[in-house]
Write a protein that binds this ligand. Structure first.
Ligand code: SF4
Length: 337
């Protein structure tokens, strides 16, 4: 079993309470099974008796995890509970135990149709969540100018997080072919999960990959006086990509006065971004995660929330329409006036 490569994590987390406050799902469901400790206890049971993996309540908890990896970042020993959960999901898929909803979603994610529009050395990858929100690409183009666009599906990252490793590789190979056919030298994406995928899971040969915050920061934009804003950290940029500093630096350069959001700087406020398609599989929990953000906002009308994640923007806009939430690209365009 893939989980047997992570026995140190199971042993450490199963009796540890230290990061339970950093489990966004546990914070809204109030279930012990949705904390790193609860999940490690279940996986310890499965380690001893693999047939337990078929237990529906265990599978439900595995796929209810938001994979924010906040626990890994803030654990004093950096135990990798996120990787343990990914291994467990892969075990479930390979044993033919993935829940029906997971299988159906995976089937949908396999139906990619990548296409390139336009030409140029810079290729902007329009991920499925940014594709639902035209404001993001419109703002990016207004700042950065025209560029070629790649669209048509997820990179394979969503399948990987659901536990479909082979299928993810197949989709990633199609994605690589599409990038190669564009002849680009650089790929830019607003999607932190895709950025992590293309810099870690499915690297691109001979093509530099940048998050849009890095790309826009290098453009040396002039600053304005846009006022105060709350930056909601991306799970991927913070907990998977070494706490990329470009989004905060870009906002500061644009003149924003960044205020700390929420009750602490360790918790994830990304609404399930770490699980890539979390809202598709767990819409009710995604709504609860968004409601927690709403609770922590002082003034919905005047507080500006900036997110570097198209996924997070989508979930907050859908469930909390009164919040003033904008993408990084929209925030920078506004600062330019
Ligand atoms: S990740 Fe670290 S802090 Fe969290 S439960 Fe495991 S050992 Fe404890």
């Amino acid at each position: 079993m893939h989980i047997s490569k992570h026995l140190d994590v199971i042993s450490a987390c199963r009796f540890c309470f230290m990061c339970r406050h950093l489990s966004p799902v546990g914070n809204v469901t109030c279930r012990e099974a949705d904390t790193p400790r609860g999940r490690a206890l279940m996986l310890d049971r499965i380690r001893m008796e693999p047939s337990r993996l078929a237990q529906p309540s265990y599978l439900e908890s595995l796929y209810a995890a938001e994979l924010s990896a906040a626990c890994r970042t803030h654990c004093v020993s950096h135990y990798d509970e996120a990787r343990l959960l990914l291994a467990a999901r892969r075990d479930a898929v390979e044993a033919g135990l993935a829940p029906q909803a997971v299988k159906e979603l995976a089937e949908e994610l396999l139906q990619v149709k990548f296409k390139i529009e336009g030409k140029g050395e810079v290729l902007y990858y329009l991920d499925p969540y940014a594709a639902k929100q035209p404001e993001i690409l419109k703002s990016f183009r207004a700042i950065a100018g025209d560029c070629a666009i790649l669209s048509g599906g997820d990179t394979g990252k969503a399948l990987l997080t659901l536990g479909f490793a082979d299928e993810a590789e197949n989709v990633a190979a199609k994605f690589r072919d599409a990038v190669k056919s564009s002849g680009c030298k650089m790929l830019v994406t607003s999607c932190p999960a895709s950025y992590h995928a293309l810099t870690n899971d499915f690297p691109l040969e001979g093509v530099k990959v940048k998050h849009s915050s890095e790309f826009l920061k290098e453009k040396g934009l002039s600053s304005g006086k846009p006022g105060k804003a709350y930056y909601l950290d991306s799970d991927y940029l913070k907990n998977y990509c070494g706490n990329l500093t470009a989004p905060r630096e870009l906002l500061a350069t644009a003149g924003y006065e960044l205020k700390p959001f929420g009750t602490n700087r360790e918790e994830s406020y990304a609404c399930g971004e770490g699980a890539v398609v979390y809202d598709r599989l767990n819409p009710q929990i995604a709504e609860k995660l968004s409601a927690r953000i709403r609770e922590l906002v002082d003034d919905a009308k005047s507080d500006v929330l900036v997110t570097a994640s198209p996924y997070t923007r989508h979930v907050l806009k859908l469930h909390q329409p009164d919040l003033n939430v904008v993408s990084l690209e929209e925030a920078i365009l506004k600062a330019k006036g």
